[in-house]
Design a protein around this ligand. Structure first.
Ligand code: SAM
Length: 190
């Protein structure tokens, strides 16, 4: 399977694909309409555990709807309504794959969006819980003032993550107008 290397979401999927079948614990920190949850569920091992979190119950309902009625039964999904920095603390096993798709739900309430303080807090918790060779991906949206503030704070935070333990990088299209989404990529060293 290949993905066009055109935006932060397709890049995240392309980079994660080889890691997903080997992952034991996967987390979608902002499941929204469930596109990333579906992507992870479709490629993960049948025995792996997937968590899907969102602060809005309507997002969880939409994700559940997306996941039902498909040709494969997705049994190993635990849904959580609440802020991801709170919910992720309840996972006791090491995390192998963590996905954040920041900002607001495009077809939903634009007044509900991820905030830099909780995003960075959630990120810190994930850095502590991530397994060796585990990956955390964050798609950030600098196209709005709030999204730009969040992305800036996130970048500042990630610049100081110790390089002896983690490899941290980012990716962004160069020839697109309107501040295209940025992908932050973190891997815990093995
Ligand atoms: N990945 C989703 C998809 O494929 O449809 C899109 C995610 S959307 C860009 C961002 C989501 O983050 C929204 O659904 C919003 O409700 C959620 N959100 C905002 N703050 C949150 C928080 N503190 N904890 C968990 N989810 C949050």
């Amino acid at each position: 399977e290949t993905f066009p290397l055109k935006n932060a979401v397709t890049m995240a999927h392309a980079l994660l694909l080889p890691y997903i079948p080997k992952a034991k614990v996967l987390v979608d920190m902002t499941c929204g309409n469930g596109h990333d949850t579906m992507f992870l569920a479709q490629h993960m091992n049948q025995s792996a555990q997937l968590y899907a979190f969102d602060i809005q119950s309507c997002a969880i309902e939409q994700t559940k709807k997306n996941m039902s009625g498909k040709d494969r039964e997705y049994l190993h999904i635990i849904y959580g309504v609440g802020s991801h920095d709170q919910l992720v603390t309840q996972i006791t096993e090491p995390l192998d794959v963590v996905v954040f798709n920041l900002g607001y739900l495009p077809a939903g309430d634009h007044a509900i969006y991820t905030q830099s303080a909780t995003t960075i807090n959630a990120c810190k918790i994930c850095l502590n819980k991530i397994a060796k060779n585990g990956i955390i991906m964050l798609a950030a949206y600098p196209g709005t003032p709030a999204g730009e503030e969040e992305q800036h704070a996130l970048k500042k935070f990630l610049q100081h993550v110790p390089q002896k333990e983690y490899d941290v990088s980012y990716w962004q299209p160069l020839n697109q107008i309107h501040n295209p989404p940025i992908l932050y990529i973190i891997q815990k060293r093995g």
